[in-house]
Design a protein around this ligand. Structure first.
Ligand code: HAM
Length: 412
């Protein structure tokens, strides 16, 4: 059995942890739907080239973190490291890249070959929203509102940080400026890091390397490369956020780790998670659809880390449901019959018909420890009389009901 183990960074999920994850997913689905986002599922496997063309072949994700392999035909595939590229690929391959505004959401596993630590896994779960086809800042505000409401519902305190990184042209000019700026420090920077930053200089801005942080103290900010229209757009989004009552902080070093972003970018940061403090990230990607062969359509969106959020929420302990215990082996089938009728009447009602051999007091303890609200024990007598004693464990009250009354009590 020694070899029977999970892959590093890909733990099994069960018990309390699984409950918290489900709870986060349920809240996300509820809020996505309340904004009329439609669910979209794309495959977990994609061609690796999709991510080279979207996340960028100099991004950390593509350089170091993709799980890739050749299939039996020799095609180079990978496990998706994120969800946006797949949605955009799907828009193009299904001819959905038309002018109509579209709002999609997804929930599912993503894979990144990173060093596992608290809040960082190799298989992790994201919930994401993508709003396609609206260039205005109202679209950015809408996705930020979705994010805000999810965090509010989960009772998570996090700081919204935003930045504006201009268009592809501005970004290219800024990259060139940074490359030249860094050249003066070539001898003082670790060689590997230096060459990585020459390929993708923007990442210097959010580098955790102390030396790079010191070097960049006097570097020009991207906003100094903005034209008038870009300055106004950044002002506009700030004003709209204030009007919408959304708190935020501008972080001029926020550049995000994926190459497809332009314009507004944002992250939510929690101080309860240690180093992996980003619980949600997103922004605009106005060129990605066109770059992947579709129409030129603006888009914005975000994804949140379900695993990370599940580590910092307190899932409300909700009692509910009915536990039907039995006094003897022969009453188990009777309990199942009653439970089946109850379930037909009310599909939302959780019912456990106890199958084990524990005695009455142990059955009561089980019902209580699993947070059942109601408990009912059946035996020979109940089978004969068709009268049931229902106990409300929350109110600590019991009442007697006929079969009809029982069905009525739990109907709807
Ligand atoms: P991202 O910032 O790479 O963005 O990931 C979004 C969130 O996924 C992060 O804020 C974090 O909470 C979670 N996450 C990332 N890596 C890990 C990991 N190894 N373990 C646990 N959680 C992790 C994107 O993926 C973009 N596709 C978001 C987006 C959608 N932008 C526009 N639309």
């Amino acid at each position: 059995m020694k070899d029977l183990k999970t892959i590093r960074g890909m733990p099994d999920l069960y018990a309390e942890e699984m409950n918290r994850i489900s709870f986060v997913e349920d809240v996300c689905t509820e809020i996505f739907r309340s904004f009329n986002f439609q669910e979209f599922r794309t495959p977990i496997l994609e061609n690796k080239s999709l991510f080279e063309r979207s996340a960028g072949d100099t991004s950390d994700i593509v350089q170091k973190e993709v799980y890739e392999f050749e299939d039996r035909k020799g095609d180079l595939l990978c496990l998706r490291p994120e969800g946006t590229a797949g949605i955009v690929r799907a828009l193009v391959t299904n001819g959905l890249d038309n002018d109509e505004i579209k709002k999609y959401f997804y929930i599912g596993p993503m894979f990144r070959y990173e060093r596992p630590q608290k809040g960082r896994k190799r298989q992790f779960y994201q919930a994401g929203a993508e709003l396609i086809g609206d260039p205005s800042s109202n679209a950015d505000i809408e996705v930020i509102q979705v994010a805000n409401l999810i965090l509010e519902k989960l009772n998570v305190k996090a700081e919204l940080q935003i930045n504006y990184i201009g268009c592809a042209d501005t970004l290219e000019k800024y990259r060139e400026y940074l490359r030249n700026f860094l050249k003066d420090f070539k001898d003082t920077v670790d060689e590997k890091l230096y060459f990585r930053l020459q390929r993708n200089p923007i990442r210097a801005l959010d580098s955790k390397d102390e030396n790079i942080k010191k070097i960049l103290k006097d570097v020009k900010k991207i906003k100094e490369f903005f034209n008038k229209e870009q300055k106004e757009k950044f002002q506009d989004i700030q004003k709209k956020l204030l009007d919408a009552g959304v708190d935020f902080k501008i972080n001029e070093n926020l550049v995000r780790g994926l190459d497809y972003y332009t314009g507004t970018v944002f992250e939510y940061i929690s101080n309860e998670l240690g180093a992996q403090n980003a619980i949600l990230g997103g922004g605009r990607y106005d060129n990605l659809i066109e770059n992947l062969g579709g129409k030129k359509l603006p888009a914005t969106g975000f994804a949140l880390g379900i695993d990370r959020l599940s580590e910092i929420i307190n899932e409300p302990k909700q009692s509910g449901g009915l536990f039907i215990g039995s006094l003897d082996a022969g009453s188990k089938s009777f309990a199942q019959k009653i439970a089946y009728q109850l379930r037909k009447n009310s599909s939302n009602l959780k019912i456990e018909t106890y199958l084990g051999n524990a005695n009455l007091s142990k059955q009561m303890k089980k019902a209580d420890s699993q947070s059942f609200k109601f408990v009912m024990i059946v035996g020979q007598e109940e089978q004969k009389s068709l009268k049931f004693k229902l106990k409300d464990l929350e109110l600590n009250k019991s009442f007697e009901l006929s079969e009809k009354e029982l069905l009525e009590y739990f109907s709807g």
